[in-house]
Design a protein. Structure first.
Lengths: 790, 264
């Protein structure tokens, strides 16, 4: 396929990476096997909260095949796992950061907490040995619910965090909000629980750590979304190793959804141990370990109030949220329910005053951190649920109330810190309504009623902040790292190109999308471009992939490097064509002298750069290899409207999605097929949260009750409909690709759209309030209790 | 998985004597047992694989009854024209078990011997008044299921086949657990050749059971409305994340009604 005027931009190219994935040629961490490799098993706490009086490993150490056993006491000089974002409480104090030991020292704080690392010749031997370890626990009372954890008398988890409070943070103008509420014609209030989720990437977490005595270096293969960040945190903050002596490789990774951003205890302990045992160590999580120890998502309890004038114009919003942190602060835990949540509470609306308080609580559960959407699904859920309820209470049609409050002039400064650069919210709402055939809905509802079914329709007009993030803004908000991205474009002598990106693909299709950008810009066949990612030994630096940032930030870094390639190419071409550099134009893979037919192809210029026989060596270095770092000037703001239509069988409580329409504005789109795939995946996860998924710990014992797929309900193909998706485009104004990001939108819009539909369907039977998930049992119970109270 | 000794005998007699000698467990597809072994929840010591015994396989019409060998896989039953001709509901029940991998490995006999409280086959066996034929005796369905994961089988007793008498009509309606897709409530309704009605319920209690009130109501009037009108007692029913006893009791009547509707 050749490149034309717009090259490959906007073309649904088949994914370059799929051939290897579909034929079993992918190289995942578990595919890495090293000579003399040992196997690791982690002994985990069976208790949610307990003091460790002692650990006896003597017998286990003598078990067959055991190479070494380490406990917290062995990790002398190893620091705790750090949190990358400092949140400051309203009283000016920094958030509480209790020690997050790599292996537990004196206590365990959740079921699954790491107690010992057993290294043996085989995995079964490591497991056998683990059963011989005797841990003397003094079991303490546990608290698993974030609201309960803040109540007086709750079990105290960390000495450093009295009352289990990590921080109490706020954003917005409280006085302005109070004043607006005082003159409101109507106030709508809701109490909302955002259910805890377990990420469940299809590839569980895994690591292979090795040490080379020859040069005192370490190599870690690990399921990571951001290997450079993993290396930086591990070397500089935890293990005190020289960064240049550690290579972190995240090879093919089978899904992340946030859960593979973080620095975890397992690989950290293994890198440390690899030098002690002087042999490679492999660990692959079993699914039940993933449930216990991967960082979970969501888990908010929120009270929201929306003040309106008599026409339904939003005057102010007040939000009070309790967010679970889990037992310890995971890598980015603190910023999810604050920076990535409360700043999105304006939604698509002109609400002039917003005040949000967030109290973060420690609980005896797995840590909570970013999960697809990370704060933004929670914000959309609060905003769109309360807007739905307000429309019901005011008797205003759902679309009409939204339209009365849409932002229409850009740039728009929200009262919660963000500056929206562009958007077109009417367009996505109009299109979604067309796709959903809203006009035909009353007839469909009547038909359903005839069949004894309850039909409902729900809207969610969401916004998200992606392209994370302008480092200066993030820094001012507490980020302890920059959030730029790096790219390197290496042109080979024959004109083919290898691109090294700090973004990481674990399902997103970067190897195709980025290649389309590069091939188009250089006017070369897409087959001549390879994308390399996920290796600190090959890629100069990178902040990784999360927050729908890869194309907007990582892609732009590549574009900046391409600009440098073209600029240097022009110099070389000017020399070859004996023209002034200012007269050289580059288009469709050719450097030409403006207004003439004299030109040199990209390949000729590349060859000249590496075979500089006729070359301005006095002015210009040979070679054609450029790097760029790009730090965005603003977030990007993908937005759209999702409309969900459902039917409930009141006999069984089963909710069936009959139609799901999503119209999204992701800015410019490089590969529509990949974008559509991302939307489908996101919608499935959003529908999963709203319909099926719910992570439950036992209130008394703190045991994880949904510890396997037997009890934790993931969506299957027959749980979701054939989606209708489309896009509208307002290009992002501040990156050269005009791209906003699409990876999380589905998971952000779907829960609110689906639950609004459920509430619409249940309204006639008297159900006024209902929390996710809309599982059959819960829906049936809601109907029963509404009828009992009627 | 703990270390085990693995045996693969060629005859039922050899299998029985290996089980008697070792105190081990029979492997009849392994879709529950092997998973439990991998999780270290089961430690059988010796595993006696029944997969190489020809006498345990096959589907035959025997008079008015359908005889299915214990080691016949769910997928084989689902695809069997013999089953579809004699008692088609058994084929569709088999088609609804687990996923394709489970159906390709799991067996009728394995499922019955395991007697998982949410398994499908026990409901069919109990409602159709089938006979479980072992290497030692014939056990009536009503005497076979003893409680959660408990059956009348002795330690070295092996199911050889199950004989299903053809009913007048029957149907099975399963309400799946949204996570596992095992039966949260599964109701097998049958009107036997002699006109009697049997209703077996799986998934709802500690073991499969017959519902006397549903049988009584359907004996009077074999209609969906009759089933739906029955108030099922929730007292002994399971309570878990996916369903309270009251919900399960309600679903039993709803699923019974749907099964009756499907039975025609």
């Amino acid at each position: 396929m050749g490149a034309n005027e717009t090259g490959y931009i906007g073309q649904s190219l088949r994914r370059k990476e799929d051939a290897r994935f579909l034929t079993g040629a992918g190289q995942y961490t578990d595919d890495v096997t090293m000579a003399h490799q040992t196997h690791a098993f982690f002994l985990r706490s069976p208790h949610a909260h307990a003091k460790i009086r002692g650990i006896d490993t003597a017998k286990a150490k003598k078990a067959p095949g055991v190479v070494a056993i380490y406990t917290g006491a062995d990790l002398e000089g190893v620091n705790g796992l750090p949190c990358g974002w400092l949140i400051t409480s309203v009283d000016g104090t920094p958030m509480k950061e209790p020690p997050h030991h790599v292996l537990a020292k004196d206590k365990v704080c959740y079921v699954g907490d790491h107690v010992a690392l057993i290294i043996a010749e085989t995995l079964d031997q490591a497991k056998d040995a683990s059963e011989l370890i005797v841990v003397d626990y003094d079991v303490l009372k546990a608290v698993v619910n974030c609201a309960d954890a803040l109540k007086p008398g709750a079990p105290q988890i960390h000495d450093l965090a009295p009352g289990n409070q990590c921080y109490k943070w706020a954003i917005g103008d409280k006085a302005a909000v109070d004043a607006a509420f005082a003159k409101a014609a109507h106030v709508t209030q809701l109490d909302i629980v955002n259910n805890r989720l377990v990420p469940n990437a299809i590839e569980p977490r895994a690591a292979v750590a090795s040490y080379a005595r020859a040069d005192e270096s370490y190599t870690l293969y690990v399921t990571s979304q951001n290997p450079h960040v993993e290396r930086l945190l591990m070397t500089a903050f935890v293990l005190g190793l020289p960064e240049h002596k550690v290579r972190v490789i995240a090879p093919d990774v089978g899904g992340g959804f946030g859960s593979k951003i973080y620095l975890y205890a397992e690989e950290t302990a293994m890198v440390w141990a690899s030098k002690r045992v002087n042999r490679p160590i492999k660990w692959v999580a079993e699914r039940s370990e993933s449930f216990l120890s991967d960082a979970h998502g969501r888990d908010h309890v929120t009270h929201v109030e929306l003040a309106m004038d008599k026409d339904g114009k939003f005057l102010a919003m007040r939000v009070d949220t309790i967010a679970a942190m889990g037992a310890y602060l995971s890598t980015f835990a603190s910023c999810i329910p604050t920076i990535l949540y409360a700043t999105l509470l304006a939604g698509q609306y002109t609400t002039p005053a917003i005040y949000c308080e967030v109290t973060a609580a420690f609980t005896n559960t797995a840590p909570v951190d970013a999960y697809r959407g990370a704060g933004r699904p929670e914000a959309t859920y609060v905003v769109e649920r309360v807007v739905h309820q307000a429309a019901v209470e005011m008797g205003i049609p759902q679309d009409e109330l939204r339209r009365r409050n849409f932002i229409r002039t850009f740039p728009y400064q929200t009262p919660v810190a963000l500056l929206y650069d562009t958007g077109g919210y009417d367009a996505t709402l109009d299109e979604a309504m067309k796709m959903a055939d809203v006009n035909g809905y009353p007839a469909r509802k009547a038909d359903a009623a005839k069949r004894g079914k309850l039909r409902g329709i729900g809207y969610a007009s969401y916004i998200e902040a992606c392209g994370i993030a302008p480092s200066n803004i993030a820094g001012a908000l507490g980020a302890r790292a920059g959030l730029f991205e790096a790219g390197e474009v290496r042109v080979h002598p024959t004109g083919s190109v290898t691109v090294f990106t700090g973004s990481h693909s674990h399902g997103q299709g970067h190897e195709t999308t980025f290649a389309q950008v590069v091939a188009t810009r250089l006017g070369i066949p897409v087959e001549n471009v390879d994308i390399v990612h996920g290796d600190t030994g090959r890629v100069l630096f990178g902040m990784g992939t999360y927050g729908s940032r890869s194309l907007a930030v990582g892609g732009t870094a590549i574009v900046k490097a391409l600009d440098k390639i073209v600029a240097k190419g022009k110099k070389i071409a000017a020399h070859l064509l004996e023209a002034a550099e200012a007269d050289i134009e580059f288009k469709d893979g050719k450097f030409s002298v403006a207004g003439t037919d004299r030109s040199k192809t990209f390949g000729e210029v590349a060859l000249t750069a590496y075979v500089p026989h006729n070359y301005p060596l006095d002015k210009l270095e040979p070679g054609l290899n450029e790097t760029a770092f790009y730090d965005p000037t603003n977030f990007t703001f993908p937005a759209g409207t999702h409309i969900c239509e459902i039917e409930i069988d009141p006999d069984t409580g089963v909710t069936r999605i009959v139609n799901f329409s999503a119209c999204d504005d992701f800015g410019n789109i490089i590969n529509p097929m990949i974008v559509e795939g991302q939307v489908h995946g996101g919608l499935c996860q959003g529908i999963g949260q709203a319909l099926l998924e719910n992570c439950v710990y036992d209130k008394e014992s703190g045991q994880l009750l949904t510890g396997s797929l037997m009890d934790y309900a993931l969506p299957r193909a027959d749980d979701v409909p054939s989606f209708k998706v489309s896009t509208k485009v307002t290009p992002c104004t501040h990156n050269p690709l005009g791209a906003k990001g699409c990876g999380e939108a589905g998971a952000i819009g779907a829960p609110a759209a689906l639950m609004n539909a459920v509430l619409d369907a249940l309204a006639p039977v008297g159900v006024k309030h209902f929390d996710m998930p809309a599982s059959p049992h819960r829906v049936w119970r809601a109907i029963q209790s509404a009828q009992a109270n009627a | 998985m703990y270390t085990i000794e693995y045996q693969k005998p060629k005859s039922v007699a050899d299998a029985a004597s290996l089980l008697a000698k070792s105190g081990g467990k029979a492997l009849a597809g392994g879709q529950s047992l092997v998973a439990a072994m991998k999780l270290r929840l089961a430690q059988p010591g010796t595993l006696v694989d029944l997969g190489a015994i020809p006498d345990l396989k096959g589907i035959r019409k025997e008079g008015d009854a359908l005889s299915i060998g214990a080691m016949t896989r769910h997928a084989e039953i689902a695809a069997s024209t013999e089953v579809k001709r004699a008692i088609p509901v058994l084929a569709s029940l088999a088609e609804g078990i687990g996923d394709r991998q489970v159906r390709n490995m799991g067996t009728l006999g394995g499922s019955l011997a395991n007697n998982d409280p949410a398994a499908d086959w026990p409901a069919a066996v109990l409602a159709l008044n089938a006979t479980v034929i072992t290497n030692k005796r014939k056990i009536a369905a009503g005497d076979f299921f003893k409680g959660m994961y408990e059956t009348a089988l002795g330690a070295d007793e092996i199911i050889v086949a199950v004989s299903f008498p053809a009913p007048k009509r029957c149907a099975y309606a399963k309400f799946p657990n949204p996570a596992s897709r095992f039966a949260l409530v599964g109701v097998f309704v049958a009107q036997l050749a002699d006109g009697s009605v049997r209703v077996a319920v799986t998934g709802a209690a500690s073991s499969v059971f017959r519902s006397a009130p549903l049988e009584a109501a359907l004996a009077k009037s074999f209609t969906a409305d009759a089933a739906k009108g029955v108030k099922v007692d929730a007292a002994a029913l399971n309570n878990d994340l996916h369903g309270s006893p009251a919900y399960r009791a309600h679903l039993i009547a709803v699923m019974a009604a749907r099964a009756v509707g499907a039975a025609g």
